[in-house]
Design a protein around this ligand. Structure first.
Ligand SMILES: NC(=O)c1ccc[n+]([C@@H]2O[C@H](COP(=O)([O-])OP(=O)(O)OC[C@H]3O[C@@H](n4cnc5c(N)ncnc54)[C@H](O)[C@@H]3O)[C@@H](O)[C@H]2O)c1
Length: 404
């Protein structure tokens, strides 16, 4: 009989539909194979959500595509899901509701995959890291932009010293209004687009260029999603300052918004520019090469500039329908890492395999510390601004954050 990994899922919103759903459907069809661990079955056995209604809808839609799963809802949904003793569980709840579910999962000795931003404070991160250590399981976080071929190329050029010493850069990621107005209306109060999407670029910068985060500055605007003097933000401008081993510094500005008009030409408008001692990298999601216009469909139902690399639905040349891209690849990769730890060799060497995967810092929770420090600092500065004390600066010494 084939070995089997079972999975739990917490939260079934937009990102579940985009990436987890196609992953579970593909793996139910074709299994998970690798010469290092063989042919492993992967099955979604239970899901935990707030109300159970989206899960119920997906139970109907997925009949025949994946085996039946239990729909757990309400306050004890995660505990109910964990009664199945899944091999791993994924957390895709709103940004500020990752920690509780992640803690329960790790305490149960279940491997964890949590959406970005992993958690919102260093104390939460340290607690999860130590539980994962004690329980001997992986705790991983999803940053799919690290798997974007453009970003892999950037990192390759940096690693090979073709691009030398980053000096500064900027990134922007603008979401349409429907995200703040409709999709996230249940949890938008008190939230900001920086935590939600700047975190993609914080990770890209941290992982690609290394260095030590030392200073965080941030400001933001209000008045569209919530009151102009409240703590719900329309847009944010974040600045990070890093220091490198040779004592030189770099500064990065990251601008985000979730109030951009719905009829702009792409799903998200993303742009980066990084400047080096000897070069410059310009990336623009609208310049991936495709511009599409269809009467009555673009730009609202279909977008003019489509990202076919993240998560696209295709008719394959051999006639099959498929949904593929780096957003799904990152989840597949986690499942392979888990399968390798569990089945990739003698049980007595499981601990070595576990440690080896933990060294892959692109997704390890312990390696997310500087990113979480930047997020915590940003949230604390915005809180101060909302309380009438704007323009605070956060200093990070590698352990704690101090607001000046
Ligand atoms: N990797 C990416 O690029 C990417 C893209 C979008 C979202 N995300 C992240 O994924 C997470 C979810 O985002 P989304 O867009 O799917 O949000 P969403 O609002 O569409 O869905 C949230 C889901 O969580 C469930 N939920 C809410 N509170 C819960 C609780 N306490 N316990 C259990 N379930 C609960 C809701 O029922 C819903 O199913 C966020 O942290 C977000 O930052 C990542």
């Amino acid at each position: 009989m084939r070995p089997k990994m079972t999975a739990g899922m917490v939260g079934m919103g937009m990102i579940f539909d985009d990436t987890y759903r196609p992953f579970f459907e593909a793996v139910a069809r074709q299994g998970l194979q690798d010469r290092r661990f063989g042919d492993v079955d992967v099955q979604l056995v239970a899901v935990a959500t707030k109300t159970g209604s989206r899960a119920e809808r997906y139970q109907r839609q997925s009949a025949g595509l994946i085996p039946a799963f239990e729909n757990c809802a309400g306050d004890s949904a995660v505990q109910q899901m964990l009664k199945h003793r899944p091999t791993f569980a994924c957390v895709a709840t709103p940004d500020n509701r990752h920690f509780e579910a992640a803690r329960e999962i790790l305490e149960a000795g279940v491997y964890l995959l949590v959406e970005k931003p992993s958690v919102l404070s260093l104390s939460e991160l340290d607690e999860l890291t130590s539980i994962a250590e004690r329980r001997g399981v992986l705790a991983r976080v999803v940053y799919h932009k690290l798997l974007d071929p453009d970003h892999k190329k950037l990192r390759t050029l940096v690693a090979d010293n073709v691009l030398q010493h980053v000096n500064n850069g900027y990134c922007s990621l603008l979401e349409p209004r429907q995200i703040s107005g409709q999709q996230f209306s249940e949890w938008i109060t008190g939230r900001n687009p920086g935590t939600y999407v700047a975190v993609h670029y914080i990770k890209l910068i941290d992982f690609t260029f290394g260095g030590r985060l030392k200073t965080v500055l941030c400001t933001g605007q209000r008045g569209l999603v919530g009151p102009r003097d409240g703590n719900t933000w329309d847009s944010c401008q974040l600045r990070l300052i890093y220091e490198y081993e040779d004592g030189r510094e770099a500064a990065f500005d990251i601008h985000t918004s979730w109030v951009t008009p719905d009829n702009f030409p792409g799903y998200v408008e993303q742009e980066v520019q990084f400047r080096f001692d000897n070069g410059i990298w310009n990336g623009h999601s609208r310049k991936r090469g495709v511009e599409l216009t269809v009467d009555q469909l673009t730009p609202l139902k279909l977008k003019n500039t489509i990202n076919n690399h993240y998560n696209g639905s295709f008719l394959e040349p051999w006639g099959e329908r498929a949904q593929r891209g780096y957003g799904i690849e990152v989840i597949d990769r986690f499942a392979r890492e888990t399968a390798w730890v569990e089945y990739g060799g003698p049980a007595g060497e499981r601990e070595q395999r576990l440690q080896q995967i933990r060294q892959l810092s692109y997704a390890d929770l312990a390696a997310d510390r500087q990113v979480v420090a930047a997020v915590e600092a940003m949230e604390r500065i915005l809180e101060e601004q909302a309380a009438g004390r704007p323009d605070r600066v956060a200093r990070y010494d590698g352990h704690t954050i101090r607001l000046c």
